[in-house]
Design a protein around this ligand. Structure first.
Ligand SMILES: [Mg+2]
Length: 343
């Protein structure tokens, strides 16, 4: 570690892109403390503040044009994804100071929860490569969703905004299960196609953790060169309760309403205009062309084996023992396709 006397070093020409509204203003209130620590260490850096939605991308482009070698996104998951879409992936290192509400990517990437620890980490971590997901040309870091989860995120931040953190997402989740519409969807890749007439949700996961705390894709990994595709059909009344509790425990892949697989490129269509979000930000409607860019992003983060976040032991059981639906098993999708074709 290269920091001494509480000071630290960041061995790059560094720019910070700060969204002061992230985390209901938490990022804006915290930034002066971060800047003070940087100044105390005698570091030279540039800072760009976002002013509106979408600004993170333009600020990141400005930072790279001005010669930044390391661009640090300061804010929530929505800000991170904007910044990632503005940097030069071939020559820019990316880093994160997570100060949003959900911070799902922080958990997926194994970053410490305290910004002070993240700053200290910049002195000693080496850049490592992680995958990026791409939907209709826009990169995403962590989790993209089609249908239900976009509505849950919206309800958590509006209807349940007086309730803090994870509880708001849980309430929105139950609320959403009882009222949301379903849609007809078709998912196709070069090897197979599947049609689901009563789809509740399609999740495309690069990392396992969703903002708010749900382990939406327990076996997703940021560096396995694949996306985890999870399709959830609308559950029946009894199934709804079981599925909700399974989801809260990260066990939902075992539910018969859920099919899942690992995949690298595919297309999703629906019978009507269904919204698509990436890392919590609505980016448009279906259809969507989705692919993975393996190892496309260099990120300054803890080594994978020093991750601050890990799955609980009960989710580490071998896949073939824990999941009769065959998660990560080609047979599950093939069987599902065959079942639908015989109807
Ligand atoms: Mg992956």
């Amino acid at each position: 570690m290269r920091h001494t006397n509480g000071k630290f070093n960041i061995p790059y020409k560094t720019a910070f892109v700060v969204n002061p509204t992230s985390g209901a203003g938490h990022a804006g209130k915290t930034w002066p403390q971060i800047a003070e620590r940087l100044d105390q260490s005698g570091l030279k850096y540039k800072v760009y503040f976002t002013r509106c939605s979408g600004d993170g991308r333009f600020m990141a482009e400005k930072a790279v044009s001005a010669g930044a070698e390391l661009v640090v996104a300061v804010g929530g998951d929505g800000t991170l994804v904007e910044v990632v879409n503005g940097i030069d992936l071939d020559r820019t290192v990316f880093a994160v100071i997570p100060l949003g509400t959900g911070n799902g990517f922080r958990r997926s990437c194994g970053l410490p929860g305290q910004w002070q620890s993240v700053l200290q980490g910049f002195s000693c971590w080496q850049p490592r490569r992680i995958d990026l997901g791409v939907i209709n040309g826009t990169c995403f870091l962590n989790v993209a969703g089609i249908g239900f989860d976009a509505a849950v995120a919206e309800m958590a931040s509006e209807k349940y905004k007086m309730i803090k953190g994870y509880t708001a997402y849980v309430l929105a989740f139950f609320d959403g299960l009882t009222r949301l519409d379903h849609f007809y969807t078709r998912v196709t890749c070069d090897r197979w196609g599947i049609e689901q007439p009563n789809t509740l949700l399609v999740v495309v996961a690069n990392g396992p953790y969703y903002g708010g705390g749900l382990t939406i894709a327990p076996h997703a990994s940021l560096d396995d060169g694949s996306l985890d595709l999870i399709i959830v059909r609308r559950p029946t009344g009894t199934e709804t309760t079981v599925l909700a509790f399974q989801a809260m425990a990260g066990m939902h892949l075992e539910n018969s309403a859920v099919i899942s697989t690992k995949i690298d490129s595919f297309r999703v269509e629906a019978d009507h205009q269904v919204p698509v979000h990436i890392d919590g930000e609505i980016i448009g409607k279906l259809p969507a062309e989705i692919m993975i860019k393996p190892g496309a992003l260099q990120i300054l983060a803890p080594p994978k084996n020093q991750s601050n976040c890990s799955l609980p032991n009960f989710l580490k059981k071998p896949l073939d023992k824990r999941n009769k639906c065959g998660y990560n098993n080609r047979a599950s999708i093939d069987a599902s396709v065959a079942e639908r074709q015989t109807r």
